[in-house]
Design a protein around this ligand. Structure first.
Ligand SMILES: CC(C)(COP(=O)(O)OP(=O)(O)OC[C@H]1O[C@@H](n2cnc3c(N)ncnc32)[C@H](O)[C@@H]1OP(=O)(O)O)[C@@H](O)C(=O)NCCC(=O)NCCS
Length: 153
């Protein structure tokens, strides 16, 4: 059974590993070196962002980070371990974050995704709209801006 909980500092190493799933198909070694997650980076990031983890037993199989700004909640990072993808874990993480955001009075969810990640179908399925495509915006890559208006409970 998958359980979603708030992450603790001791989870940082395992979270970094899970989030690095995003670099699996990445051919640019310099890009990986610069942006790959490490335990230290996640611990530092925990000062700025909240992290939730999805566990099966003791193992972390999915992670999401988010932060709140005014009445909006940004999903900063999200990944599910390859062998656990397609089982609804990503959806569960997003749903949990959306209900947290609603409880805190947010009216909007948003996130950036890179075209390379191919997560477009996932966000569209969960009711997010592709609001903007920013051409060659980050390290020469197209960046997609997804948004979703939250309906109040
Ligand atoms: C994107 C990701 C988080 C989705 O998590 P997941 O647990 O595999 O997703 P779910 O099982 O909850 O899928 C929900 C629905 O979205 C669809 N979906 C998932 N990933 C998709 C993708 N890349 N493209 C199109 N549809 C996708 C699923 O088929 C599913 O549809 P269904 O209900 O009709 O079966 C996961 O695939 C992942 O970690 N990918 C690599 C990292 C990444 O791209 N992160 C996003 C950063 S912005």
């Amino acid at each position: 059974m998958i359980k979603i909980t708030k992450a603790k500092i001791k989870d940082a190493g395992e979270i970094a590993e899970v989030l690095n799933v995003q670099f699996l198909g990445e051919k640019d070694k310099e890009f990986c070196k610069k942006y790959k997650n490490t335990e230290e980076k996640i611990i530092k990031d925990m000062e700025r962002c909240e992290y939730l983890v999805a566990r099966e037993g003791k193992q972390i199989v999915g992670a999401i980070s988010l932060f709140f700004e005014d009445k909006a909640c940004k999903i900063d990072d999200l990944a599910v371990k390859q062998e656990y993808q397609g089982k609804g874990i990503g959806t569960k993480l997003i749903e949990r974050v959306e209900s947290m955001a609603k409880r805190r009075g947010c009216s909007k969810m948003w996130c950036f995704s890179s075209k390379n990640l191919n997560a477009c179908g996932f966000y569209l399925k969960l009711g997010y709209n592709l609001e903007k495509i920013m051409k060659k915006h980050f390290e020469g890559r197209d960046i997609l801006y997804f948004g979703k208006i939250l309906k109040s409970a």
